[in-house]
Write a protein that binds this ligand. Structure first.
Ligand code: TRP
Length: 453
C-alpha cells in the first residue's frame, strides 16, 4: 500500500484545522444567524454549545482519526469491524459533499464580489444600490453558476495537489493573514458613525429572544463552524503525527474559530446599523453591508476604500477555500483508500457532484425559487438539513462511538499520547465525562425540544 501523507508540523496541523473551521461559517453565516436570532443572547448560547456540546466531538473525531489513520469509512472498519458503525462512516462521507455543493455557491458569490471590487464597482455607489445588486445577482441564472464553477474548480485544484503540497502549503500562508485583515476591518467598522447600536446589539443580551429553535440553530452553527459531525476533522486528524497534542489542537481550533466569528460579527453588525439594514436580512448580510463600509472609507480616502474592498473579498474567498478543501478531502480520502481510485479520478468525481448539486442550489435563488422542500428553497433546505440535523446526528454518533464503544484505555492512550502529556492526563476525566454524558445528552435534548416545540 502507498504510504499515507502526514502534515509536516504542529503548526501545519493547527493551520489546516483552523483553516477548515474558519470560513464562510464565520464571516457569512455567523453574522446573519446572530441577526436572525436577536444578537447577544444567541452568541452566549452559541459559546456554551461550542464548548460543552461541540468541542467534545472534536476530541471524539480526532481520537478516531488519529488512531485509525483512515478516512471516515475505513476508520469504522478498523475500529469496529463488521458492525453497523460502517453506516456512520458512509453518512459522514455523503454529508460534507452536500455541504460542499451549497457552500461553493456562496464561495462563488465571493468570487463575483472580488471581481467587482477589482473593477472599483463599489466605490461611490449608494447603499440601496448595493443592496439591489445583491438581489439581482443571486437571482439571475448564469452569473452565479459561472462563479460557482470557478470556485469548485479552485477547490478541486488544491485538493488534487495533495495534503502536504496543496492543503498544508495553502493554509499555512493564508490563515495568519486572514486574522490580521479581519481585525483591521472590525476596528474600522466599530468606529463608523452610528455603529454604537450594532456594538450594543452584539453585547447586550435580550433573553426574551430565547426559543427552542434558537438553541437548535446555535448548536447547528457551532457544528458547522467547527466543521464537526461529518468526519472532516476526523480525516485531517488521520494525517496528524502521533506526537501531536489532541487537547491543544482542539482548544486552539475552537478558540480561534470563536474569536474569528466574533470579530466578523464586529465587522458586520455595526455596519448593518450604520447602513440602516435590518439585522435579520438573511444570507445576503455580509455581501450587502461590507461594500457600504468600503464606501464610507472611500468618502475620506478614495483609494483606501478600493484597496480594502479587494482585500476583504480576497479574505472571504481564501477562508472559503481553506474550508471547502477540507470538505472535499473527506470524499477524496474515501475514494482513494477504500475504492482504490487515483487522486485525480476521486477529486474529479467529488468536484462534479458538488458542481451539479451546487447549480441546483444556485438556481433556487432565481429560476427554481418555486421549488419548495418542506417550505424551504433547495439551498435553505440543504443548509438546514445539514447544519441542524445531519451534523449534530453525526456528532452524536461519534461521541457515542468514542464514549461507549471504544475502550476507556484506548481513548485515554490516544488523548494523552500514551500518558506522556501531563495536562491531558489531568483533564482526561473531564473530557471523558463531557464525551460520555454531557455532549450526547445535550444534543438529544436540543433535538427533542426542537421537534416537540
Ligand atoms: N467550518 C467551515 C466554515 O465555518 C465549513 C466547513 C468545513 C464545514 N468543513 C465542514 C461545515 C464540515 C460542516 C461540516 O465555513
Amino acid at each position: 500500500m502507498k504510504e499515507r501523507e502526514n502534515f509536516g508540523s504542529r503548526f501545519a496541523v493547527i493551520m489546516a484545522m483552523a483553516g477548515s473551521a474558519i470560513g464562510l461559517g464565520n464571516i457569512w453565516r455567523f453574522p446573519y444567524m446572530v441577526g436572525e436570532y436577536g444578537g447577544a443572547a444567541f452568541i452566549i448560547v452559541y459559546i456554551l454549545a461550542s464548548f460543552l456540546l461541540v468541542l467534545p466531538i472534536f476530541f471524539a473525531e480526532t481520537v478516531i482519526g488519529r488512531r485509525s489513520r483512515s478516512n471516515t469509512f475505513g476508520a469504522m472498519q478498523k475500529l469496529a469491524p463488521g458492525t453497523r458503525w460502517k453506516w456512520l462512516g458512509l453518512l459522514t462521507i455523503v454529508s460534507p459533499i452536500i455541504i460542499l455543493s451549497y457552500y461553493s455557491v456562496v464561495g462563488g458569490w465571493s468570487v463575483e464580489y472580488l471581481f467587482k471590487a477589482l473593477a472599483f464597482d463599489f466605490t461611490g455607489v449608494p447603499a440601496d444600490e448595493i443592496h439591489e445588486f445583491f438581489g439581482r445577482f443571486i437571482s439571475s441564472a448564469w452569473e452565479p453558476i459561472l462563479v460557482h464553477t470557478a470556485f469548485v474548480a479552485m477547490v478541486g485544484g488544491i485538493v488534487l495537489a495533495g495534503v502536504k503540497k496543496g492543503i498544508e502549503k495553502f493554509t499555512k500562508v493564508t490563515m495568519p493573514i486572514l486574522f490580521v485583515l479581519i481585525v483591521v476591518i472590525a476596528v474600522y467598522s466599530i468606529t463608523l458613525p452610528g455603529a454604537g447600536k450594532g456594538v450594543e446589539y452584539l453585547l447586550k443580551p435580550d433573553f426574551s429572544k430565547m426559543s427552542a429553535g434558537m438553541v437548535a440553530a446555535a448548536m447547528g452553527q457551532a457544528f458547522f463552524s467547527l466543521s464537526l459531525g461529518v468526519g472532516t476533522i476526523l480525516t485531517y486528524a488521520s494525517y496528524m503525527r502521533k506526537d501531536e497534542n489532541i487537547l491543544a489542537s482542539g482548544v486552539g481550533t475552537a478558540v480561534s474559530d470563536l474569536v474569528f466569528a466574533v470579530l466578523a460579527g464586529f465587522a458586520v453588525m455595526p455596519a448593518v446599523f450604520a447602513a440602516g439594514i435590518a439585522p435579520g436580512a438573511g444570507p445576503g448580510l455580509v455581501f450587502e453591508t461590507l461594500p457600504f463600509i468600503f464606501n464610507k472609507m472611500g468618502s475620506a480616502i478614495p483609494w483606501l476604500s478600493a484597496v480594502m474592498a479587494i482585500v476583504f473579498f480576497v479574505t472571504i474567498l481564501v477562508a472559503a477555500l481553506t474550508s471547502a478543501i477540507s470538505m472535499m478531502e473527506v470524499g477524496v480520502a474515501y475514494l482513494t483508500e477504500e475504492k482504490g481510485m487515483k487522486r485525480v479520478g476521486a477529486t474529479l468525481i467529488v468536484t462534479l457532484f458538488a458542481w451539479v448539486v451546487g447549480i441546483l442550489c444556485s438556481l433556487s435563488f432565481g429560476p427554481l425559487s418555486g421549488v419548495r422542500l418542506l417550505g424551504n428553497s433547495i439551498f435553505d433546505f440543504l443548509d438546514k438539513l445539514c447544519s441542524n440535523w445531519l451534523l449534530p446526528a453525526g456528532g452524536l454518533l461519534f461521541t457515542i462511538f468514542v464514549g461507549w464503544k471504544m475502550s476507556r484505555s484506548d481513548v485515554f492512550d490516544e488523548f494523552t499520547n500514551g500518558g506522556t502529556l501531563r495536562a491531558n492526563v489531568r483533564l482526561f476525566k473531564v473530557v471523558w465525562f463531557l464525551l460520555r454524558y454531557v455532549a450526547p445528552v445535550g444534543i438529544v435534548v436540543v433535538f427533542a425540544t426542537n421537534l416537540l416545540m
